[in-house]
Write a protein that binds this ligand. Structure first.
Ligand SMILES: *Cc1c(COP(=O)(O)O)cnc(C)c1O
Length: 451
């Protein structure tokens, strides 16, 4: 050990002295956590790590970093509105309030306030869902994967489900239709080919073992060219003639006609019900714009059978999400005001000109906060995401950062207390502003970036 190092070791405070000096950190993070962090820091310096000029400051930084949650809010400027890895739909204010109230106070979750007896968890949503979809009955589970699993298991355990080869999809995150069917105890009976399936294929596969016909929305891809699929109404007729139910997994499942936002039409849940599906499943946090949930609507006897399946207890949702989902569905009773109230609808409906004006306004502001970086407004294209309209894009606008390596800037933005996420296009980082609501917070965050 040279003289300099020895002197450094001598100056090193003890853990106790460091804790006394940094009382504010102890008040903020708790004695146990600060003691452990101080011990680690001092041990690292003794082992030869660089001696910080300000040990208290180094300790504070270390504690802040450890206290930061991965679930802290961030700016989703990726250009994908419903980003599965970023938590999909942002909830409406009404849904947030309902969830907070359900967290803070007791609620009549399974209690009937009229009779004073035990009530049912799903009764809160049943009325709204039947009103909004035209279905006889409805139930709710953890997510749409769970909805498909329990529906298949209830209708078809130990028997066969007929599915088109063009619909044996993988959604990502290990949701593969054949695997889900196997776990549900249903034997897959594939019909048709990848690109074409006809009514006669379904008819030819009907057998005494057939328990149901399954139709799956090919959410995240599109087959183009020489293709054929059997329309839902015709499939419903085939199922009815055979005396088996038709389960239609819509995936994203919208309750309203999206053409009101200038977006291509997706079949609505109401249409799927009206064309004769016996059960329809869809997600709560995709186009619907609510919390994670799997919604099942359809025939009363089949919903009753699902509710009686012991799996239902394992797949049920909690009161917090139930409250948020109910509040979200209520907004659909007034579709004209959805774009004001529902963030997903607002993001989809935002006019390109408005986003472009925002980009032009923010470009010089952003440049002023990032010395040495050139920022310009650019045209870009947003997508809806989460399996809704996979090949459809919405014209949008954003900020393009140049005179700096895109990956370095992207890393600096990810390291922010409130991270900013964009995408890289032709070597430059682009922030699509379609989903930017909090401009002031965004500029404040940008100013903290150290690329
Ligand atoms: C997204 C999707 C699912 C899975 O829904 P989650 O809510 O993510 O569980 C199932 N089927 C289809 C067709 C989908 O698009």
């Amino acid at each position: 050990m040279d003289g300099e190092t020895r002197a450094r070791m001598r100056d090193l405070p003890s853990v106790d002295r460091l804790l006394t000096a940094e009382a504010a950190l102890v008040a903020r993070h708790g004695r146990a956590v600060v003691t452990e962090a101080a011990r680690d820091l001092l041990a690292e310096i003794r082992r030869g790590a660089a001696m910080p000029t300000d040990i208290g400051g180094a300790l504070a930084l270390r504690l802040e970093a450890a206290a930061r949650s991965n679930l802290r809010p961030l700016f989703n400027l990726t250009g994908t509105i419903l980003h599965t890895n970023l938590g999909r739909a942002l909830l409406a204010e009404a849904a947030v309030e309902a969830a907070v109230a359900a967290m803070r106070e007791a609620a009549a979750l399974e209690f009937d306030l009229d009779t004073g007896r035990r009530g049912e968890r799903d009764s809160h949503l049943r009325g709204l869902l039947t009103e909004l979809t035209g279905a006889e009955d409805a139930t709710v589970v953890n997510n749409n994967a769970a909805a498909v699993l329990i529906a298949l298991n209830t209708l078809g355990e130990g028997r066969e489900a007929i599915v088109s080869r063009g619909e044996l999809i993988e959604i990502g995150g290990a949701f593969r239709m054949p695997d889900i069917m196997a776990r549900a105890g249903v034997t897959l009976r594939e019909v048709g080919t990848t690109n074409r399936t006809h009514a006669k294929d379904y008819r030819g596969a009907l057998a005494p073992e057939t328990a149901l016909i399954l139709k799956v929305h090919p959410s995240n891809y599109r087959i183009e060219g020489f293709t054929a699929e059997v329309p839902g109404a015709e499939l419903a007729r085939i199922a009815k003639e055979a005396g088996v139910p038709l389960l239609n997994d819509l995936g994203s499942g919208t309750l309203i006609d999206l053409s009101r936002f200038g977006i291509a039409r997706e079949p609505t849940v109401r249409e799927a019900v009206a064309e004769g599906a016996d059960l329809v499943t869809f997600s709560g946090d995709k186009l619907l714009g609510g919390p994670q949930a799997g919604l099942i609507v359809g025939r009363r006897d089949l919903i009753a059978a699902i509710n009686a399946n012991p799996m239902k207890r394992a797949l049920r949702i909690d009161k917090i999400r139930l409250a948020a989902l109910e509040a979200t569905l209520r907004l659909y009773r007034d579709p004209d005001r959805l774009t004001e109230r529902l963030p997903t609808a607002r993001a989809m409906a935002r006019p390109e000109a408005e986003i472009r004006a925002q980009a032009e306004r923010l470009a010089p502001e952003a440049a002023a906060r990032l010395p040495g970086v050139i920022v310009g407004a650019v045209a870009c294209a947003s997508q809806i995401g989460s399996g809704a309209l996979p090949v459809e894009t919405l014209p949008s606008a954003g900020l393009r950062f140049s005179a700096i390596a895109a990956d370095r800037l992207a890393a600096a933005f990810r390291a922010l207390p409130r991270p900013i996420l964009g995408h890289v296009s032709r070597g430059a980082l682009i922030l699509d502003l379609r989903c930017l609501a909090d401009e002031a917070g965004f500029l404040e965050s940008l100013a903290l970036a150290r690329p």
